[in-house]
Write a protein that binds this ligand. Structure first.
Ligand SMILES: N[C@@H](CCC(=O)N[C@@H](CS)C(=O)NCC(=O)O)C(=O)O
Length: 202
């Protein structure tokens, strides 16, 4: 099994953490989709990482789909087998991935020449991040698809989203307003699967 990923992508980190937590062996092919020489479109027509090449040659992309595929391979379950019980976990995952989408949009906007940046776009995404953080705080307080007794893909996605805020938007101070989320994240981010996938300074 081969994972095509960049070392800074929070979506790819989500899958690298899931693979580590499940103890599934894989090779990592590092590829940066923004470079002209990238091979990512050979795996995913959308040109995005992560993409997973299964042992049977099938290629899976979009991190929630890859997460579903990994559940078929064994290891500790990261998604409840019962479809109804899985929904709160998938909802937390969707919320976290959406928060990540907003953070990535801001990061990309701020990399454009200053005169071309649109403050309204940035403000709109910041609002999504604040609402997303508030929703994650509520979910972790209620243990609703987040912060339960065993690690899930919702937990992994949320921790990757929060770590990405620290990595790319570290001026955005989120811990003081979301104390339960901050305490929970500190525990999850200390797991070896997260420590081993810390993005390089970039
Ligand atoms: N929904 C996708 C998002 C993947 C994504 O946007 N990856 C970024 C890296 S952080 C990417 O490859 N971007 C390249 C591009 O948009 O051309 C997932 O969950 O896998």
């Amino acid at each position: 099994m081969k994972l095509v990923a960049s070392l800074t992508s929070p979506y790819a980190r989500k899958i690298r953490v899931a693979l580590a937590e499940k103890g599934l062996p894989f090779t990592l092919e590092v590829d940066i989709p923004w470079l002209a020489e990238t091979s990512v479109p050979d795996y995913n027509p959308l040109g995005k990482v992560p993409a997973l090449v299964a042992d049977d040659g099938e290629v899976w992309f979009d991190s929630p789909v890859i997460a579903d595929y990994l559940e078929t391979l064994g290891g500790p379950a990261l998604i409840p087998a019962d479809r109804l019980a899985a929904l709160p976990v998938r909802q937390s995952e969707a919320l976290a991935d959406g928060l990540t989408d907003a953070a990535v949009t801001i990061f990309l906007e701020t990399r454009r020449p200053e005169a071309q940046q649109d403050p309204a776009t940035i403000e709109r995404q910041i609002t999504k991040i604040h609402r997303g953080l508030a929703a994650l705080e509520l979910r972790v307080s209620a243990r609703k698809g987040l912060g339960g007794s065993s690690l899930t893909i919702g937990d992994i996605a949320a921790a990757c989203a929060l770590a990405y805020l620290d990595f790319r938007l570290n001026h955005l101070v989120w811990r003081s307003a979301h104390p339960e989320l901050a305490a929970w994240a500190a525990t999850v981010l200390a797991r070896p699967s997260f420590l081993d996938t810390t993005p390089p300074a970039a």
